[in-house]
Design a protein around this ligand. Structure first.
Ligand code: ASP
Ligand code: MG
Length: 502
């Protein structure tokens, strides 16, 4: 690898050449379903070909859908010493990729070349699993190395599909580009180093009209150890690259039409929102609307780069544009979301009234566990502190709290520590809700009319969301009632197709 100052000098020079070309630059990310099989990859290649005829494009790809899960399962079997199941999983993965490759690439020479690349990656994975089985230990570092294989496999296939269409393209592993901290399973980028690497590696390709196809999801520490950015992290990869290259826009291609006013499986008249703000999109991502990885917008916040969400299965649709300010829809409330796989934990009893340390001890316990708190609510009588954690964190959180408060429970200072997994959070989100009186009232009246009981309520002081806890069985009714109350399903003003990809 060249020294840092050589990289810096090269990247400054390249940047200058590139800027003089004054061509808008786009980063396009394709999610797992968008590259789910040969036909999907073919569609992606067409989108990239059409876009790259206009302006330079950097592609970022996820693993084919379901592959990351299969890889993680294989790693877990390896940890249990079950190499038979690991082997079977790899056999299946090989077949799946080889079948797609066979359909995508007609020329034998080219196909063999990519097949041998895939074979190397599979062998690497099998070796990692064998090591894991031998040690009966799966470290976060090894898990990252195994779960990242899916992106390393899909990138050469997408690049190959582009070459089939006559577009010069090169697969690149993001370990060469995104420099991260060493937090395996959820690493964050070190942007200065990342910028240098991106400029040095990607600008020369773009300057020669080559479309780089970069693996999403992964990066590497400064000393070259592979890391992942967290599940669903390819969105984040795209905005990291967008920010590092000073791109004009980032387009996240997925299998839905954009950010919707609610989950259309629960609210049939949900519709696509044409434009929302960074803040609204982040609130929705945080509260479980699955279109974006929650960290995605962090990377572009400072530069204000717009991020589109578009449907690779219906590329003529406009999608949703996420911008720093968003655009008002007149009503304040923009969208609803629900998080279902969560549990409500309550610490309470009359004995905690006025006890100064219960709150602090509760939350230092959750902090120690790194349990993510989605919502907190405490009545001013201080009888109960209740908060919501992800379902997967619930059991260990309650156990830790029972341990922490064992003495207090014995002396009846704390009366109960309970967990209720049959609940869900519903969040009403909109940047312009701020300062609009009556929205909470309307929300709760609408719920009352539908007989939906509210278990707890929280409103952030940012006032861009009101969230409440309901029984899981009431989620659909709660969403439908609020969606209707705020007229979110009303037909949008005719959307002008201002597609950024012509
Ligand atoms: N393939 C990774 C995952 O399934 C990353 C991504 O798709 O964004 O989590
Ligand atoms: Mg995703």
């Amino acid at each position: 690898m060249p020294g840092r100052s050589a990289l810096q000098a090269a990247s400054i020079a390249l940047r200058r050449i590139f800027l003089e070309m004054k061509k808008p630059l786009r980063v396009m990310k394709f999610g797992g379903t968008s590259v789910g099989d040969a036909a999907c990859i073919g569609r992606v290649a067409q989108i990239l070909r059409d876009a790259s005829r206009e302006d330079p494009v950097v592609a970022v790809v996820s693993a084919m859908s379901g592959i990351t899960n299969r890889l993680i399962e294989a790693a877990i079997h390896a940890e249990a010493g079950d190499l038979e199941r690991t082997g079977a999983a790899f056999g299946m993965l090989r077949k799946h990729h080889e079948a797609a490759l066979g359909e995508l690439i007609r020329g034998e020479g080219k196909r063999n070349e990519i097949a041998s690349r895939l074979d190397q990656i599979f062998s690497e994975g099998e070796r990692l699993c064998k090591g894991t089985a031998l040690l009966r230990e799966l470290t976060p570092r090894t898990l990252d190395a195994i779960s990242s294989l899916g992106e390393r496999l899909s990138a050469p296939m997408v690049a190959g599909a582009l070459q089939e269409l006559g577009v010069a393209s090169e697969a690149i592993e993001a370990t060469e580009l995104i420099v991260t901290d060493s937090f395996h399973g959820g690493a964050d980028p070190l942007m200065d180093r990342t910028r240098e690497h991106c400029e040095a590696h990607l600008l020369p390709l773009l300057g020669q009209d080559v479309v780089p196809v970069v693996t999403g999801f992964i990066g590497a520490t400064a000393d070259g150890t592979l890391t992942t950015l967290g599940r669903g992290g390819s969105d984040y990869s795209a905005t990291i690259l967008g920010a590092a290259l000073g791109a004009d826009e980032v387009i996240i291609w997925t299998d839905v039409d954009g950010v919707m006013t609610a989950d259309p499986r629960l609210v049939p008249d949900a519709r696509t929102i044409p434009e929302i703000s960074y803040r609204e999109a982040s609130e929705l991502a945080y509260f479980g609307a699955k279109v974006l990885h929650p960290k995605t917008l962090r990377a572009v916040q400072q530069a204000g780069i717009p991020v589109w969400i578009r449907n690779s299965f219906a590329p003529s649709r406009t999608g949703t544009k996420i911008t720093p300010q968003g655009r008002s829809n007149g009503g304040g409330v923009k969208a609803l979301t629900a998080v279902r796989d969560v549990a409500l934990i309550t610490v309470g009893g009359p004995g905690i009234v006025g006890a100064p340390d219960v709150v602090a001890r509760t939350f230092s316990t959750t902090a120690e566990l790194r349990a993510n708190l989605l919502l907190i609510s405490q009545s001013s009588s201080q009888n109960d502190i209740c908060f919501i954690v992800a379902g997967s964190d619930a059991q260990r959180t309650v156990e830790a709290l029972r341990k922490e408060f064992a003495q207090d429970v014995a002396h009846e200072k704390v009366e109960h520590i309970t967990v209720d997994p049959s609940i869900a959070i519903v969040a009403v989100v909109g940047e312009n809700m701020r300062g609009v009186p009556g929205l909470a009232g309307r929300t709760f009246s609408a719920l009352g009319r539908e007989n939906v009981n509210i278990i707890a309520i929280a409103q952030g002081s940012s006032e861009s969301n009101i969230s409440f806890v309901v029984a899981e069985k009431d989620v659909k009714a709660a969403l439908t009632a609020t969606h209707c109350e705020f007229g979110l399903g009303a037909p949008a003003a005719k959307e002008v197709v201002t597609s950024s990809v012509k």
